[in-house]
Design a protein around this ligand. Structure first.
Ligand SMILES: [Zn+2]
Length: 119
């Protein structure tokens, strides 16, 4: 996921780190010949990169974690509703309707919060 650079700071080892709008950070090393980023060494160079978008892998990971947590919560809600429908003596169609209602009514905020906290 692309995120804009909002600022820069030095880490404890004096390496420049870009601050991204999502709150994540990314090292911007100038380490020739592996990494050529001479612009990071000057105030003017850093200022010229403000607003530039970087690919944020941590946001992608968070997105995948949220998707997985939501999928698990929905499967669990549907299974629970389907079982409850069976206990109540509903026919297959009634159990299916109950499971679909459960998908629509599932509160996913807790699952999403936990997935993001782990990131
Ligand atoms: Zn991010």
């Amino acid at each position: 996921m692309k995120q804009k650079i909002t600022g820069f700071h030095l880490d404890s080892e004096n390496h420049w780190v870009a601050d991204l709008e999502c709150g994540h950070r990314q090292h911007m090393r100038h380490d020739p010949p592996w990494m050529e980023r001479p612009w990071i060494l000057t105030e003017e160079g850093r200022r010229s990169r403000l607003g530039v978008e970087l690919e944020c892998k941590r946001c992608d990971e968070a997105g995948r974690a949220v998707a997985e947590a939501v999928r698990k919560a929905l499967i669990s809600a549907a299974q629970q509703a389907y079982e409850d429908g069976g206990m109540s003596g509903l026919c297959a169609e009634g159990r299916w309707d109950l499971a679909l209602d459960a998908l629509g009514a599932a509160d996913l905020s807790e699952a999403i919060r936990r997935a993001l906290e782990a990131k």
